[in-house]
Design a binder for this molecule. Structure first.
Ligand SMILES: C[S@@+](CC[C@H](N)C(=O)[O-])C[C@H]1O[C@@H](n2cnc3c(N)ncnc32)[C@H](O)[C@@H]1O
Length: 344
């Protein structure tokens, strides 16, 4: 720590407070449609009056919102009073189809974690747990944040692991444990038309969402989903690949080993286990290493749902214990994730 003074410490805390305000400001802007509108008008910009009329919002409030967004350097303004999104924020906060769009995470921060944090301080006294995915809306908000993960498989993981892509191209059976709303297996089914996909997830709302997309896309012949936890699987030597995507950390510690064991049993001999998850520190020192930021944040906001992240050694031990061999690990997305493969 360098030059620590009351002033720098106060500035640090103020900065956290400003981040809190900015996150809420972005969420409010999203809810009233300002980011969509400013993205639509990204070339010419819009005055507060125009925005208020077109969005049907209260102009005096919107004026303060725009001025504050200008303060946070989310917006710029020209000499005619037209506000515009700052460079690249049309992608990050505007166009929701852009792979870089981050609005789903802001929504999850405020609407899920913000609400949860307000209640869970009581759980810190008792160790009680929050019920995960209790309502369809919670599942919808949560899976919106992972909807682009399939792009990491197509453009970061497979190009560096050609053998996986070749197998999928040829035609294999693929099981996704903790399949969320089925997005990964649905997108992979679109990309690899010779392969068959099965997804399982104890979250019934996620499975319902998956079923509806599968039937909309007419993929019933090659993609199926079931609302069971990985610990209840009974497959034996059936699959060529089994994945767990941002799921291993979320499986309750008391059943985690049994899920990995069922994954092992489900695979054919020579089949591949693929795990994508956040790296997590193994020493206190590393809790200040920025490469673990995602894992550290995830552990914090999922504490009261019973999540306990595993570090690299703990993951390796678990995978080896159930019989997997040849564990390989590579960073994905500038270190946001570790991609781990192991063979049966
Ligand atoms: C962060 S979500 C990721 C979901 C999905 N893989 C995605 O990328 O969108 C973690 C998932 O783990 C699932 N999960 C929790 N316990 C599980 C278990 N025992 N077996 C299988 N999945 C489980 C949750 O229901 C949730 O869908």
């Amino acid at each position: 720590m360098e030059d620590v003074s009351p002033k720098t410490q106060m500035a640090k805390i103020r900065n956290f407070e400003k981040g809190f305000m900015a996150t809420h400001l972005i969420n409010i802007g999203n809810k009233v449609g300002v980011f969509d509108k400013l993205n639509e008008k990204k070339e010419e910009g819009a005055t507060v009056a125009d925005l208020a009329t077109e969005l049907g919002v209260h102009e005096p409030y919107l004026k303060f919102w725009c001025q504050t967004a200008y303060h946070f350097e989310l917006l710029d303004c020209d000499d005619q009073g037209k506000f515009k999104l700052q460079p690249f924020l049309d992608e990050i906060l505007g166009d929701k189809t852009h792979f870089r769009n981050y609005m789903a995470n802001i929504t999850m921060d405020v609407d899920l974690f913000g609400v949860g944090f307000g209640e869970t301080h009581e759980f810190f006294k008792t160790g009680e747990k929050y019920e995960t995915f209790a309502e369809p809306e919670i599942s919808r908000i949560a899976y919106e944040t992972t909807k682009n993960i399939y792009l990491a498989f197509l453009f970061m993981i497979f190009p560096k692991n050609e053998y996986l892509k070749e197998l999928l191209d040829k035609g294999i059976k693929f099981l996704d444990i903790g399949c969320g709303d089925g997005n990964l297996i649905i997108q992979l089914a679109n990309a690899f038309v010779n392969s068959e996909f099965v997804g399982v997830n104890p979250d019934v709302h996620g499975v319902d969402m998956a079923k509806s997309t599968i039937s909309q896309l007419g993929l019933e012949g090659r993609v199926t989903v079931d609302s069971i936890g990985g610990e209840k699987l009974t497959y034996m030597d059936e699959f060529d690949m089994v994945s767990m995507v941002v799921t291993l950390h979320e499986i309750p510690p008391d059943i985690r080993e049994s899920v990995v064991e069922k994954a092992y049993q489900a695979l054919k001999s020579g089949g591949y286990l693929m795990i994508l998850d956040f790296p997590y520190p193994s020493s206190l020192e590393d809790f200040r290493n920025p490469m673990y930021e995602y894992g550290i944040m995830d552990q914090f906001y999922e504490t009261a749902i019973g999540t306990v992240h595993l570090n690299n050694n703990e993951q390796n031990e678990l995978i080896t214990k159930v019989g997997f061999k040849d564990i390989q690990r590579m960073p994905v997305g500038k270190g946001m994730f570790d991609f781990i493969t192991a063979t049966k």
